[in-house]
Write a new protein. Structure first.
Ligand SMILES: Nc1ncnc2c1ncn2[C@@H]1O[C@H](COP(=O)(O)OP(=O)(O)OP(=O)(O)O)[C@@H](O)[C@H]1O
Length: 279
C-alpha cells in the first residue's frame, strides 16, 4: 500500500512561481496522469515526487511520512529519453540496476547472489517482452524496445511508486499502443502507484484512473512570474479502472501482442509470439 499526500505545495525558482497551492491525495495503486500546457510545471512536480527538487513550501508524504530528501529505490522513474547504458547489454543493464540495489559498496554481486540476480533479471526481461534479446546492446534495439528495457531496469528494483515523464512520447503510434498494453498489464500485476506526465490526452484517459490538469489561472500582465500553476481539474476516469482487475472489454487486451512490431528482428523474419497474454 503506497499513498502519496501533497499538502499545500509551492515551487518557486527565485522570483518565479511555478506551482502554487497544490493539494493532492493519491490513493494506493492509483494511476494518475498529469496533463497541462507546456511549461506549467508537470515535470517539476514529478521531480519533487522523486526528491530531485524540493518544495519551496508545503510537504509531500509517502504513506503518511515525509518523503526522503533524495531519490530512493521505493520511487522508480522512466524518462522520455532513453536512460539505458549504451555500453552494457540488455541483460547487463537490468543486472546493474539489481547490483546497485543489492551489491553494497562495490555494486557487484558474486556466486549464488549473482546467479539469482541473473535469473531475476531474465524473468523481468521476459515480463516486458525482451526475452531473447539479452545479449544485444541498446543500439541494436528499437525505441520501443529501449523503453521496455528502461521499464525493466526500473521495475527490477521493485519500486512502490513509478514516476513516468512522457515515457512514450517519442514512440510511433502503433508501438505506443503496444507499450500502453504492456503498461496496463504491469500496473495490474505489480503493486504500483503510478504518476505519469503526458501531453497526450488519449494516453492519459486510456491508461490512468485519474487525470489531473495543471493550469495557470491568473496572469499578471506586468509580472508574468508572479502566479504559478494550480490544479485546474481532477477527473476520475470512468468507467473506473481498479488495479488487479483488468477489463479486456474496455482496455483492448487484444493489443498485447507487443514485441513483434517494434522489434527490428521482425524485419529479418524472426516473428515472436511469446508475449501474447492468455485470453
Ligand atoms: N531548475 C530550474 N530553474 C529555474 N526554472 C526552472 C527550473 N526547472 C524548471 N524551471 C521552470 O519551471 C517551469 C516549469 O517547467 P516544467 O519543465 O516543470 O514544465 P512542464 O509542464 O513539464 O513543461 P513541458 O510540458 O514543456 O515539459 C518552466 O518555465 C521552467 O523554465
Amino acid at each position: 500500500m503506497t499513498t502519496i499526500s501533497v499538502r499545500n505545495v509551492w515551487k518557486e525558482y527565485d522570483e518565479r512561481v511555478v506551482l502554487e497551492r497544490i493539494n493532492l491525495e493519491i490513493e494506493s495503486r492509483a494511476f494518475v496522469a498529469l496533463v497541462g500546457p507546456s511549461g506549467c510545471g508537470k515535470t517539476t512536480f514529478l521531480r519533487m515526487l522523486l526528491s530531485e527538487e524540493s518544495p519551496t513550501r508545503g510537504e509531500i508524504l509517502l504513506d503518511g511520512k515525509p518523503i526522503a530528501g533524495e531519490p530512493t529505490a521505493e520511487r522508480g522513474v522512466v524518462f522520455q529519453r532513453y536512460s539505458v547504458f549504451p555500453h552494457l547489454t540488455v541483460l547487463g543493464n537490468v543486472l546493474l540496476a539489481l547490483e546497485f540495489e543489492k551489491g553494497g559498496v562495490l555494486a557487484r554481486l558474486f556466486g549464488t547472489a549473482r546467479r539469482k540476480a541473473v535469473e531475476e533479471a531474465r524473468a523481468m526481461l521476459d515480463c516486458v517482452g525482451l526475452a531473447g534479446n539479452e545479449k544485444k546492446y541498446p543500439a541494436q534495439l528499437s525505441g520501443g524496445m529501449q523503453q521496455r528495457l528502461a521499464l525493466a531496469q526500473t521495475l527490477i528494483r521493485k519500486p512502490k511508486v513509478l514516476l513516468l515523464d512522457e515515457p512514450f512520447g517519442a514512440l510511433d503510434p502503433g508501438i505506443r499502443g503496444d507499450i500502453h498494453a504492456l503498461m496496463r498489464r504491469l500496473w495490474n500485476e505489480e503493486e504500483l502507484t503510478v504518476v505519469m506526465v503526458t501531453h497526450d490526452l488519449s494516453e492519459a484517459f486510456g491508461l490512468a484512473t485519474r487525470v489531473i490538469a495543471f493550469e495557470r489561472p491568473r496572469l499578471d500582465p506586468v509580472d508574468g512570474d508572479r502566479y504559478g500553476a494550480v490544479i485546474k481539474d481532477d477527473i476520475e476516469v470512468w468507467p473506473r479502472r481498479i488495479a488487479g482487475q483488468p477489463s479486456p472489454h474496455r482496455d483492448e487486451a487484444k493489443t498485447i501482442t507487443a514485441p513483434g512490431r517494434d522489434d527490428p528482428a521482425q524485419d529479418q523474419g524472426q516473428v515472436r509470439d511469446d508475449l501474447a497474454l492468455p485470453a
